[in-house]
Design a protein around this ligand. Structure first.
Ligand SMILES: [Fe+2]
Length: 274
């Protein structure tokens, strides 16, 4: 890699078509996405790509994916999409890709942009909030890594890897066993960063020698000082990323917010949901 590569990390768009009058939508995500789109278009140097790490829609319906495609139309920067627990594979394939077969297949794929190998995994498990990876996806990852051994890697996965074996955090991350297996596969593969979302706050972890970057996203912000459950406040951010020979930099761009309370779930309600 001779020149720096600049890219943008978005996550957790939670777009929902206005026709749905979605009662579970807690903010104007369409308006936020339009604002962020305008901000990203003005970024200089021009980003080589935009990485969006899942929860593209709030309900996983094809109509909302079509709205997403329309909203992002004309941005003239390659966009790499991943799916999250709020997404649905059939809805995404139909609404975004116009596909009408093999609709339940995990959306894992890879691409090379400016000598950077971007690998996308699909950690969604239908009916679950936490994430997992099937054996097929590990096989896909292995062959993708073997295909471009000389290139630096960016991994996109909606659920961040589990940091430890604390079962109370199970909803927040990838399954523990899969996290351990993922770490083993990525070891020594020149991974510059793992990009995730899901927990709705900005967080950077150094995990098995790799930075794991989590973004707040565009729907709600998790009040991490609230310890008695889950308190969601208004707030959004995205990441401006630069990868140099020397390493990765991510600058978080917070959108203006008064951080007023949107929803609070106590621990009992939260456990019932999980
Ligand atoms: Fe989300």
């Amino acid at each position: 890699m001779s020149r720096p590569v600049h890219f943008v990390h978005l996550t957790d768009l939670h777009l929902s078509h206005p026709d749905h009058r979605d009662p579970e939508l807690l903010s104007d995500t369409l308006g936020t996405l339009k604002t962020v789109k305008a901000m990203v278009r003005a970024v200089r140097p021009r980003p080589a790509f935009i990485l969006i790490s899942g929860d593209l829609t709030n309900r996983g319906d094809a109509k909302s994916y079509r709205l997403l495609a329309e909203t992002m139309d004309g941005i003239d920067i390659p966009i790499v999409y991943a799916l999250g627990n709020h997404d649905s594979r059939p809805g995404f394939y139909e609404g975004m890709l116009g596909r009408d077969c093999n609709l339940e297949a995990p959306y894992c794929h890879d691409t090379v942009i400016d000598d950077l190998h971007v690998v996308v995994l699909d950690s969604r498990v239908p009916g679950r909030i936490g994430g997992a990876l099937s054996s097929d996806q590990f096989d896909f990852l292995q062959s993708a890594l073997d295909r471009h051994t000389g290139l630096r890697k960016i991994i996109a996965i909606h659920h961040p890897p589990a940091l430890d074996e604390d079962a109370t955090l199970a909803w927040e991350c990838l399954d523990w066993a899969d996290s351990r297996r993922l770490a083993g596969l990525l070891k020594g593969r020149d991974v510059a960063g793992v990009f995730s979302g899901h927990v709705h706050y900005d967080r950077v972890t150094f995990w098995h020698g790799m930075p794991v970057v989590v973004g707040t996203g565009l729907h709600t912000a998790n009040d991490i000082l609230y310890a008695d459950g889950l308190r969601m406040v208004s707030g959004a951010s995205f990441g401006l990323c630069t990868l140099r020979e020397s390493g990765l930099t991510v600058s978080f761009v917070p959108l203006p917010s008064d951080r007023h309370e949107l929803q609070t779930l106590d621990l009992k309600t939260l456990r019932a949901l999980i």
